[in-house]
Design a protein around this ligand. Sequence first.
Ligand code: ADP
Ligand code: MG
Ligand code: MG
Length: 872
Amino acid sequence: MKRVYDFHEGKASMNQLLGGKGANLAEMTNLGLPVPTGFTITTATCMEYLEKAQGLTTELMQEINEAIIRLEDRTGKSFGKKDNLLLVSVRSGAQVSMPGMMDTILNLGLNDQTVVSFAEKTSLPFAYDCYRRLLQMFADVVYGISPHYFANEIEELEWTYHKELLDFNQKEFIELITRFKNIYTNNGKIFPQEPMEQLTEAVQSVFKSWNNHRAKVYRRLHNIPNDWGTAVNVQEMVFGNSGENSGTGVAFTRNPATGEKQVYGEFLSNAQGEDIVAGIRTPEKISELASSMPEVYEEFTKVCQRLEKHYLDMQDIEFTVENGTLYLLQTRIGKRTAKATVKIVVDLVNEGVISKEEALMRVKPELLNQLLHPMFSSKALKTVDILAKGLPASPGAATGKVVFTAKRAKELTELGEKVILVRQETSPEDIEGMVLSQAIVTSRGGLTSHAAVVARGLGTCCVVGCGDLQVDEQKGELLAQGHIYTEGQEISVNGNTGELYLGIVPTELMEVDESFHTLMTWADEVSQLGVCANAETVKDLTTALQFGAKGVGLARTEHMFFAAERLLEMRRLILAENGDEKKQALETLLEYQQQDFYDMFAITKEKSLIVRLLDPPMHEFLPQKEKEIIEVAERLEKPVTKVKEMIAKLHETNPMLGHRGCRLGITEPGIYQMQVEAIIRSCVALSKIGVTVKPKIMIPLIGGVDELIATKSIIVNRIDELFTELHSEIPYEIGTMIEIPRACLIADQLAKHVDFFSFGTNDLTQLTFGYSRDDVAKFMPEYIEKHILPHDPFQTVDEEGVGALMRIAVEKGRQTNPDISIGVCGEVGGDSASIKVFQKIKVDYVSCSPYRIPLARLSVAQATIQTKIKVD
Ligand code: ADP
Ligand code: MG
Ligand code: MG
């Protein structure tokens, strides 16, 4: 087994073995970019080390020794000898980036002796600055000694000598180093003077860091396997802390919040490594480099373009400038918001970098939900006062109660509270609390700080660098505008502007931008399946069409009977004791329904609209509580006993399997006749004013062919009567739900009598498994935990069972009626995993709730592209 690879031996595709950082350092090296040279110890070596738990093997030591010799040759420097000293960084890097999860040591190779000659060659403050950093990082990473001890010593000495650290003289620096070493001794440790010993200790610590608590938590949250391990990169140091013409930076090739094509990031002059992320000094914007170091800036923008073209995606780059020379230290695919994701793929297509299909495949459908997230209502914003303003790090509009620690975030969330985590800055230890918070706010740090990076990854609203706030985490206090606020204070956080408001500000839906529409259009161009909406209210229908629904796959009429006056008429109908009473109730209901349908068809016009006739059992409409029963009896002028008697009569042991759907349609034909009349009258009225409509009427719960024939004739006879009465005819279609397993098996017989099928996957799943949908919560979580089911079949369709029945129905249905249109209108119609199954089963369209439509349109496109790739 080869355990060590020089950078020029690797490439990007070896990221499993070399880790993401190592593989990309190799790739950049081979592209001829200015990368300090080095080598990578593989991830497999890490796992070998962790399994054996016996220190570094002789084989590995030999490979490391040889790699160091090669490094010395390439750099012309020497590791540990006084002349031309080679210093290295030791950097972890797993297969997928785990930001801030594992540790880095810089300036490794210095000791008490070599720092003196190093200072003579370079400069005194520079050399000692490097050495004290090494002592600090080594203590932290290798021995777990808290960085605060070191920071305190620096502060104390600066105060004693009335000087900044970089103005110290040799004596003062030596005193600092002595104090630092005392911290080691106080913790029972010694800083190893021998460079090779420093290196082996550092390598082992990086290996071990794979199993530290925060790394484990991160892996659990992101489903990263525990046996991947981390690689270790050993790399020649370049020094951003060598003066004003030097510095360190992090940059995205495009804006990660908006996607705008402009190099975006931060630069800190005369600084090293993590100084930026730590937020100690405020960095400058990368664009300012254009005036302060024009040549470096120009070279850097060229590198950005080159890396984007090479990786075909936006990059997140870490770099350092040493005395005017640019060095690249890392590149990776940059994390970005949902908005930026969409804009970037669309722009990349327009720039000719990737294909439309590639663009469509790159966007996770679930991400679109974030895009359709609410924003603060602009009206409400006019009346609120701004509490503070920081940098908008991750968009969104969040409201909740202030907490100051990750621990409290967890505790309060468990009590059902919505919380907003407010801190000076966040660190990897806070990750569990950050995940649970509605928003993250920090008083320090920039757009590339830990809080900002993590929040964007999570899609959580975030504001950083909010200098107007003074946060005291220990006391649990927040000082803003001269007032002190404590835990539990309700605030609102605007991730789009960086503003914070006191109290809960109401939200409304966000406007989606141009690139979103472009991507959706491309999705529709490739898709084989259509996407329709489940909607019946004017509001939902309008939203559905705005989001690009092709039509309405399911309009449930029962929802229309729940408004107060209608419910009374419905109750009058159900409780009617004679034909007259029934007729009276049906006539009033007809008026309501006619208006409903008129409004609905007026919105959908020539687009398809499928109306499902009444589905639930009658007793759902009846009062349950004593008080309500008495009230209803009064209003309908019936004795209370009579009403109670009827309720008892309508009681069903198993209403889901009871007197509902077409069963009710057949035994109480008046209801379906009334509904059909309302549909036809409203559609005829619309067609008379020039609106083209073609109503589609759907019968629920069919399980047999004679059942279908009987229900259909009730409908058709009424329609024929109406056409005669109205002296006018319009085209219409009749279809059936396929939601009873038996219907799937006799679909060939059913298909002869209808124009369309629509799978009701909720009932079909319920009846196929024999699970009552309303009671699954009692056992489903345990079933999933114990792997008895791979997932909840009510959320993602069960391909093996329910899917098999659907397949039979589709095949049989098309055998006897090749023109039949087949859709899915259950809950899973808007689920991307289910959509892949429906693509295979070859239905014509899926139907889902309005807000899931964009997600479904993208999922449908992806399912089609995937099938095409398989065929090719
Ligand atoms: P992380 O994974 O936390 O980003 P890195 O290994 O990328 O850790 O190191 C953090 C920072 O340390 C880098 O962004 C860079 O500024 C600095 N650094 C790492 N290696 C070197 C090096 N060889 N020379 C100079 N700076 C380095
Ligand atoms: Mg890095
Ligand atoms: Mg149903």
